[in-house]
Design a protein around this ligand. Sequence first.
Ligand code: ZN
Length: 294
Amino acid sequence: MLQEIADRVFVDLDYEGSNVGCVLTDQGAIVIDTPMIPSEAKHWAESVSQLTDKVLYVFNTDHHRSHVMGNQFFKAPIIAHEAAWREMSNYKDTFIERTKNLFKKRPEIQRQFDEVVIVKPEFCFTGRMVMKKGERELIFVHLGGHTPATSGLYLPEERILFTGDLLVVDEHPSLGQCNSEEWLSKLRWLRKQKYAQLIPGHGQFCNVESSEPLSEYIRAMRSKVRSQYKSGRTKAESAVVISQMLDFFPYRQGRKSLIEKRIRAGVSRVYDEMKSIYGKNGEVSKRGGYRQRE
Ligand SMILES: [Zn+2]
């Protein structure tokens, strides 16, 4: 359902995949992210067309399928962090095939992906980009943590931040491409900001305090994987962490294997991070005296 959360600022939190938004300016709209399922992306494009007859840009908060898959349904250039462009440049047909495979039990959705083409960003930034459109100021800002590309859109007038997947609420985050230490420090930074409202990548809108459970999750993941690593377990053996993390956040019925896959990717990523902090297994015990970071 489309909701106006501030003057000419709209969100829809009901699509499968990520949250989407639309900010109107005197010259047209800036759309934030596009749904993964084509029929939902078309629905989103239709909703936006009720608000404005011109979409100036679509902003992808990262390169993941739940943010970019519907880009083609908006006839507007895409803005994203340069790292998102790099990732999306490497997407092959297998990327769409893998997305189709997520919907094995829903053939009516699977079929929709036959018409999907990935539309890459045309305008890229790295740190921060300020856009002035009439009375409105929009600040695109790199956030990182979740992926090197993760970025947000800040509306200074309303003190609203679209966080991208830096923040997900009441849902298992995806740590597969993360820098978990950077993510924790960025969430600490977030809690010090005076934002009025946050639109997370997934979940209901919230305030900066709502980021605490996510920090706890990342800390738990780091500490569990760290103890596996330091006990000399291999990455495969460290998969025991998956069941320990499963109930940290709720998940919908029928999504268990998807969530397990997501946690597995996170365990693998954090395991590699531990390796880079503590050195190869085996060397660790000889050297002794670790530097605890978290
Ligand atoms: Zn993401």
